[in-house]
Design a protein around this ligand. Structure first.
Ligand code: DOR
Ligand code: ZN
Length: 345
C-alpha cells in the first residue's frame, strides 16, 4: 500500500498555547486535523465559557493568519474548561448547551504544566461531576497521582486504582476519557471498563520508551508527562491503538515549549508533535501491519465517543520519505532529524 486515503481525522487532545506560540502551532494542527480538543491549561487557565469563547477566537485568527481563509474554514477548535474546585456547574452547562464548551479537563493539582489551579480535593467537585453526568458532557482526565512518595513511573497505575476506579463507581454514567495513557494497566482498565470510559494515545508514547530520555545523555525533548514507561507498556499501547477497539483513539498531546524552556535546569514537560502527527501515527500502524485500522483510530472512534458527527472530506498520506527538521522556529519537533516514511499530501 503506497497511498492511504482516510476520512479527515481529529486530534482529541492538543495544547495550542497563546500569544506568539499560538501563531506558530495552531496552523500546524489545522493542517493535519479537522477538529481538535484544545487543552485549557493557559496562565490563567480557561475556567469560564466566556474565556473559552475568546480563546477560540484567538485560535481561529491564528489559523487564518498562518494558513489562510480556507484552512481556517476547514478547522474547528473544540474548547474545554479547566476544572477547579470553584468552577460553576451552571456556567459549564450553559457553555455546553451554547456549543462553546465541549468537555471539562481534570488536572490533579501539581501533576503537570500549569496544573497548580487543579483539583486537590475530589469531594469539592462532586456538584460539577453530577452536572457532567446528567448532561453527558465528557470529563477528560490527566491520570496521575501527585504524591511525591509514589514513584513517578507508577503514578498512572496508582491513580487508576486509588482515584479513577472509585470515581467511576460514584458516577457510573459519567463519560470519561483517560488522556494520553502510558501503561498496560491503563490499557487493561479501559478495555475491560464500561462503554462510557475511553482513552487517547499519543504518537510519542507509541514510539518511545523511557530509555529515550537517557539515550547517550539527558534528552529533554523526550520528556513529557505522563513520562514514557518501560518497553512492555509501549507494546501494550501499540496493540491497543491498532486493535480496532473503539475505546482507543487519537490524541496527540502535542505540547510545545520553546527550546530554552526545555533545555533548562528545570525543563518543561511536553513534546511538540503536531507538524508530523499523522505521519508519526501512520509509521506505527504500518509497522504493526494495521494500516487498514488507521482510519477508525484517527477519524471514527473519537467522534463516536463524543457523540459528534464524523468529518466530511478526506486526507491522503503517501509512502514518500521525508526528513523532519531539527527545529521549527524556537521549537524542536518530535522526530527531529529522523526520516518518516509517510507524507501528508
Ligand atoms: O507533557 C505534558 N505537557 N504533559 C501534560 O500533561 C501537559 C503538557 C503541557 O501543557 O506542557
Ligand atoms: Zn496534555
Amino acid at each position: 500500500m503506497n497511498t492511504l486515503t482516510i476520512r479527515r481525522p481529529d486530534d482529541w487532545h492538543v495544547h495550542l498555547r497563546d500569544g506568539a506560540l499560538l501563531q506558530t502551532v495552531a496552523p500546524a494542527t489545522a493542517r493535519q486535523f479537522g477538529r481538535a480538543i484544545v487543552m485549557p491549561n493557559l496562565r490563567p487557565p480557561i475556567t469560564t465559557a466566556a474565556a473559552a469563547r475568546d480563546y477560540r477566537e484567538r485560535i481561529q485568527a491564528a489559523v487564518h493568519a498562518g494558513g489562510g481563509e480556507a484552512l481556517a474554514a476547514a478547522f474547528t477548535p473544540l474548547m474545554t474548561a479547566y476544572l477547579t474546585e470553584t468552577l460553576d456547574p451552571a456556567d459549564l452547562e450553559l457553555g455546553h448547551c451554547q456549543g462553546v464548551l465541549t468537555a471539562v479537563k481534570l488536572y490533579p493539582a501539581g501533576a503537570t504544566t500549569n496544573s497548580d489551579a487543579g483539583v486537590r480535593d475530589l469531594g469539592a467537585i462532586t456538584p460539577v461531576l453530577e452536572a457532567l453526568e446528567r448532561i453527558g458532557m465528557p470529563l477528560l482526565i490527566h491520570g496521575e497521582v501527585t504524591d511525591s512518595a509514589i514513584d513517578i513511573f507508577d503514578r498512572e497505575a496508582v491513580f487508576i486504582e486509588r482515584v479513577l476506579d472509585p470515581l467511576l463507581r460514584r458516577h457510573p454514567g459519567l463519560k470519561v476519557v483517560l488522556e494520553h495513557i502510558t501503561t498496560s494497566d491503563a490499557v487493561d482498565f479501559v478495555r475491560t471498563g464500561p462503554a462510557n470510559l475511553a482513552a487517547t494515545i499519543t504518537p510519542h508514547h507509541l514510539h518511545i520508551n523511557r530509555n529515550a530520555l537517557f539515550a547517550g545523555g539527558l534528552r529533554p525533548d523526550m520528556y513529557c508527562l505522563p513520562v514514557a514507561k518501560r518497553e512492555l507498556h509501549r507494546l501494550a499501547l501499540r496493540a491497543a491503538a491498532t486493535s480496532g477497539n473503539p475505546k482507543f483513539f487519537l490524541g496527540t498531546d502535542s505540547a510545545p515549549h520553546e527550546r530554552h524552556a526545555k533545555e533548562s535546569a528545570c525543563g518543561c514537560a511536553g513534546i511538540y508533535n503536531a507538524p508530523f502527527a499523522l505521519e508519526s501515527y501512520a509509521a506505527v500502524f504500518d509497522a504493526e501491519n494495521a494500516l487498514d485500522r488507521f482510519e477508525a483510530f484517527a477519524s471514527e472512534h473519537g467522534p463516536r465517543f463524543y457523540g459528534l458527527p464524523l468529518n466530511d472530506g478526506t486526507v491522503t498520506l503517501e509512502r514518500t520519505p521525508q526528513t523532519v527538521p531539527e527545529h521549527i522556529d524556537a521549537l524542536v519537533p518530535f522526530h527531529a532529524g529522523e526520516t518518516l516514511n509517510w507524507q501528508l499530501v
